[in-house]
Write a protein that binds this ligand. Structure first.
Ligand SMILES: *[C@@H]1O[C@H](CO)[C@@H](O)[C@H](O)[C@H]1NC(C)=O
Ligand SMILES: *[C@@H]1O[C@H](CO)[C@@H](O)[C@H](O)[C@H]1NC(C)=O
Ligand SMILES: *[C@@H]1O[C@H](CO)[C@@H](O)[C@H](O)[C@H]1NC(C)=O
Ligand SMILES: *[C@@H]1O[C@H](CO)[C@@H](O)[C@H](O)[C@H]1NC(C)=O
Ligand SMILES: *[C@@H]1O[C@H](CO)[C@@H](O)[C@H](O)[C@H]1NC(C)=O
Ligand SMILES: *[C@@H]1O[C@H](CO)[C@@H](O)[C@H](O)[C@H]1NC(C)=O
Ligand SMILES: *[C@@H]1O[C@H](CO)[C@@H](O)[C@H](O)[C@H]1NC(C)=O
Length: 507
């Protein structure tokens, strides 16, 4: 062999050994962190020279470097007790993937370990140089929790929670304390570590303000970890309301306070119902309140908005005040009295005729105004009294009864009156003629009108009524309903009485 041949041989030989050495390789990390009690996966890949069809079956084995104890073998019985039923190859050994999973990791599962392959009908190899240790951790790695801690109401909150672990077969489970859309993501890191991330997105709401958002991570076989952050949600004022003592007496001082729920805290403004700015600040003092005191409202203001309270009107209490528009009047022949009272609380109303309380015909209350209506037989009274009282006091007003239409009133009051009126006019004309001859009474219809007025005057002299009964006074005729109500009474009697009256009154 010459020098050249020798060199060529060397060159070829080294190439072959290089290829052979490269072929029997394994790739494992030096160290894998694992969580006590959980599972750990040792990532592993290996290689072997091409068996050129000689390979029949593959047996992947894992062993400890110290004492060569079998920690994994497809035949369970060959595994040392400590690791039995806790170890597993994740892929078929022929796939050149020798990743090993150890479950329920124990404190002394530290290793180091190495992989061995036995290829039936070809060769076998132990990758002793490629050893891996397990660093057993008592507690999981801290959770990386991130969230935008301050948001405006309605904005989307995006929170993410991520942990690193070494058990990709059973990744940790994430649980959020708030509903929302969840998204899970796993990312491979180095040395058998994985990054698992859960993101939660939801629309922020004021009800979330100052609440803690919690992310709970549960690892395979139970260990868990919780992290939380408080979220600040900015929102415009809500529940803007005025607190005040409702019932007050006139002249008292009212203290009004506005409150609201807002973030950041509201400032306040007070306005009259008409819109005039009254005060700035959470409270407003109204001195010397009266029934005329204006309604007010408050406005809560923060950087997110301005919100008005409802309008507040104090319920100022006062004694009855009988309005001067109260009156008695005649309408279509009927006399009616109307008494209008303003008070708070609403008053009780009575009419007093002489010394007798008469029942109201109608009482109506609208707000602070109470109107009592009386329609009755007023007899010969000239006045009626209206009395009003509430819890704060009382008032009275004397109303004059009208002097008109009484005659008409009486006639219309009875059906017989109409008939009688006709008879009256008919006979009256005759009477006038008779009297006309003697020259003592005025002629024509004028006489009747005069008589009517005189009768009314009598009507307002009640004391005389009783004594005059015997000689049938005019007031009896016109005032006493019974005379007209009794249809059976003789026409002659009425006629004569009337004649008498006319005679008497015209004097
Ligand atoms: C080996 O198998 C595991 C589990 O299926 C897998 O996660 C890993 O990526 C594989 N390794 C390679 C190098 O393909
Ligand atoms: C906040 O939540 C309440 C009740 O859950 C809901 O009525 C309201 O519309 C929500 N507001 C926003 C801005 O989502
Ligand atoms: C895990 O992944 C997430 C999302 O890709 C990233 O924000 C986070 O920083 C990663 N954590 C680690 C420990 O690598
Ligand atoms: C937030 O909550 C804490 C307790 O959970 C409480 O002390 C604090 O007053 C709250 N702050 C606001 C602005 O609501
Ligand atoms: C209170 O108001 C009334 C009218 O509403 C007024 O007559 C009175 O003088 C006021 N009193 C005080 C002390 O201001
Ligand atoms: C008004 O006075 C009468 C009699 O004194 C009494 O019974 C009634 O309760 C009073 N009404 C009110 C509203 O105070
Ligand atoms: C009517 O009011 C006056 C004072 O305005 C009072 O003196 C009188 O007693 C009152 N009369 C009745 C019947 O209440």
């Amino acid at each position: 062999m010459d020098a050249l041949e020798w060199l060529l041989f060397l060159c070829i030989y080294s190439k072959v050994t290089q290829i052979a050495e490269l072929s029997w390789t394994a790739d494992v990390p030096n160290e894998v962190k694992g969580l006590l009690g959980s599972c750990v996966v040792i990532p592993c890949s290996y290689n072997y020279p091409d068996p050129q069809g000689k390979a029949k079956s593959f047996t992947g084995i894992w062993m400890t470097t110290e004492g060569d104890r079998v920690i994994y073998h497809p035949t369970q019985s060959k595994i040392v007790k400590q690791y039995q039923s806790r170890t597993k190859l994740l892929e078929d050994a022929s796939s050149k993937n020798c990743s090993l999973m150890i479950e329920k990791l124990q404190q002394n599962d530290r290793g180091p370990f190495y992989f061995r392959i036995e290829i039936e009908g070809y060769d076998r190899a132990s990758y002793r140089k490629n050893k891996v240790s397990i660093s057993v951790m008592g507690e999981p790695n801290p959770t990386d929790f991130s969230v935008q801690e301050e948001v405006k109401e309605g904005q989307t909150v995006s929170a993410s929670c991520s942990v690193s672990h070494s058990c990709p077969t059973y990744p940790p489970d994430f649980h959020w304390s708030h509903p929302g859309v969840q998204h899970f993501q796993a990312q491979k890191l180095q040395n058998g570590q994985w990054n698992s991330t859960s993101t939660l997105t939801f629309r922020s709401n004021r009800t979330d303000h100052n609440k803690s958002l919690q992310c709970r991570v549960t690892y395979h076989e139970g260990k868990h970890q919780e992290t939380s952050k408080t979220i600040q949600v900015k929102y415009a004022p809500v529940n803007v309301k005025v607190e005040y003592q409702s019932d007050m007496n006139e002249g008292e001082t009212a203290h009004l306070k506005c409150s609201s729920d807002a973030n950041p805290v509201s400032s306040y403004e007070w306005h009259s119902e008409a819109g005039a700015l009254l005060n700035k600040g959470q409270t407003y003092t109204m001195s010397n309140v009266s029934r005329h005191s204006e309604a007010v409202y408050c406005t809560a203001v923060n950087e997110e908005g301005r919100v008005r309270s409802s309008t507040v009107k104090l319920n100022v209490l006062y004694a009855p005040d009988i309005k001067s528009s109260s009156k008695c009047f005649s309408e279509r022949g009927k006399v009616m009295c109307e008494c209008i009272v303003e008070s708070r609380p609403p008053s009780m109303l009575h009419f007093v005729l002489g010394d007798r309380v008469v029942q109201n015909s109608k009482v109506q209350t609208v707000g602070s105004v109470t109107t009592g209506t009386l329609q009755t037989d007023f007899g010969s009274f000239k006045f009626v009294h209206c009395l009003a009282n509430n819890t704060l006091g009382n008032a009275n007003l004397t109303l004059s009864l009208p002097l008109v239409d009484n005659m008409q009133n009486i006639f219309i009051a009875s059906g017989a009156g109409v008939i009688f009126l006709i008879v009256l006019i008919a006979t009256g004309v005759g009477v006038v003629k008779k009297w006309g001859r003697s020259g003592e009474t005025p002629t024509s219809d004028l006489g009747i009108m005069k008589a009517e007025r005189s009768v009314e005057l009598h009507h307002y002299a009640p004391t005389k009524r009783k004594e005059d009964r015997k000689d049938m006074s005019c007031s009896d005729i016109y005032a006493n309903d019974h005379v007209y109500g009794n249809v059976g009474i003789s026409n002659d009697f009425i006629n004569n009485s009337f004649i008498m009256c006319m005679h008497k009154q015209s004097e």
